[in-house]
Design a protein around this ligand. Structure first.
Ligand SMILES: [Zn+2]
Ligand SMILES: [Zn+2]
Length: 333
């Protein structure tokens, strides 16, 4: 990552607080029973079907034989669709850490939707809520605070990792993505979530068919679809659970966020989570040269192609104010 010179990027834009983009209404709207039921059912299927997919993948590997093509489909689809989450849903739509063209916004929105992590606007709303109340009252998925001891730790971990997804949708969540809702194109991406999610299963099935025939269509569906979704879910949820419990905390972020190298690698740079909470609107999460950040590499590539601009990075002053010497950090001038 060190080869990506940040000095060629635009000047840093001061980190904006989230509050101005959260719509101010006096009463948080309550959601209907049918919307809550639909969300719960979607979560239940989204969590259980990929687990069934892993079992199918193992059984089919024994019955039909193992193929590296299926592993390639799984990893290829993982990189592609998770980029939609990390670069798209998270760094672009939630935090506005860079700007891009509408076609790129559309593609990133569709790719992120293929991960089965819920429609764009709900995802952004929940994540902005998390930053606003990080590890305090109102944080939808903090592992803190629960009772002391191992039992409390396990309960907190479970809630932050997966339990939160089954909790009722927080009232007023729509207010947190009001800025995105104003875009017709992003509303379309959001409303057609089931279509993109199914497309994320059909693409690897089609590729599997092209390589291995009809058996490949089934194994491509299972490996590049269901197993890939399972992997994406748990790696993303580890950012909520593991990265608020274990790791280093070099910056004063006002919460329990941590930098965790393993999740940093698996989650394409999102595991440098203390860096992220300290500088939420920074496009780069791995602030040191050795903190591998695949997603920032993608943003740099987009910038190099003229498809990303106003890429935000923390200034040397901001880094100093948060507590870690910026000498080796890739800051903007
Ligand atoms: Zn967090
Ligand atoms: Zn964030």
């Amino acid at each position: 990552m060190s080869s990506l010179s940040t000095t060629r990027l635009p000047r840093v834009v001061a980190s904006p607080p989230l509050e101005p983009i959260i719509a101010k209404t006096s009463v948080a709207p309550r959601y209907s029973v049918s919307r809550r039921l639909f969300a719960w059912l979607g979560t239940f299927l989204g969590v259980t079907l990929p687990i069934a997919g892993l079992v199918m993948a193992i059984v089919l590997s024994v019955v039909w034989g193992f193929s590296w093509i299926n592993v390639g489909l799984c990893l290829g689809m993982y990189l592609l669709t998770m980029t939609g989450i990390t670069v798209g849903f998270h760094r672009l739509f939630t935090h506005r850490s860079f700007q891009t063209s509408r076609p790129v916004e559309f593609v990133l929105g569709v790719l992120g939707s293929m991960t089965f992590q819920g429609p764009l606007l709900d995802w952004v709303g929940r994540h902005r809520l998390h930053h606003q109340h990080s590890d305090g009252d109102g944080d939808p998925h903090s592992p803190h605070p629960h009772e002391d001891g191992l039992r409390g730790l396990l309960r907190g971990f479970w809630h932050a990792h997966i339990g939160w997804a089954f909790a009722p949708m927080p009232d007023g969540l729509d207010r947190y993505a009001g800025d995105l809702r104003r875009s017709r194109m992003l509303r379309l991406v959001n409303d057609l979530f089931p279509l993109w999610a199914i497309l994320g299963l059909l693409i690897p099935a089609g590729l599997g068919w092209a390589f291995l025939g009809w058996q490949g269509a089934i194994t491509g569906f299972v490996w590049g679809g269901l197993v890939r979704i399972l992997l994406g879910h748990h790696v993303t949820w580890c950012v909520n659970s593991v990265c608020h419990l274990w790791g280093r905390k070099p910056y004063a972020s006002g919460d329990e966020s941590r930098n965790n190298a393993l999740i940093g690698l698996l989650a394409l740079g999102e595991g440098w989570h203390n860096n992220h909470h300290a500088f939420p609107s920074s496009a780069r999460h791995g602030l040191r040269w050795w903190q591998v950040d695949f997603s920032y590499g993608v943003i740099c590539l987009l910038h190099w192609c003229g498809l990303a601009w106003r890429v935000r990075l923390p200034s040397a002053h901001e880094l100093r104010m948060r507590g870690e010497a910026p000498a080796a950090a890739p800051v903007a001038e």
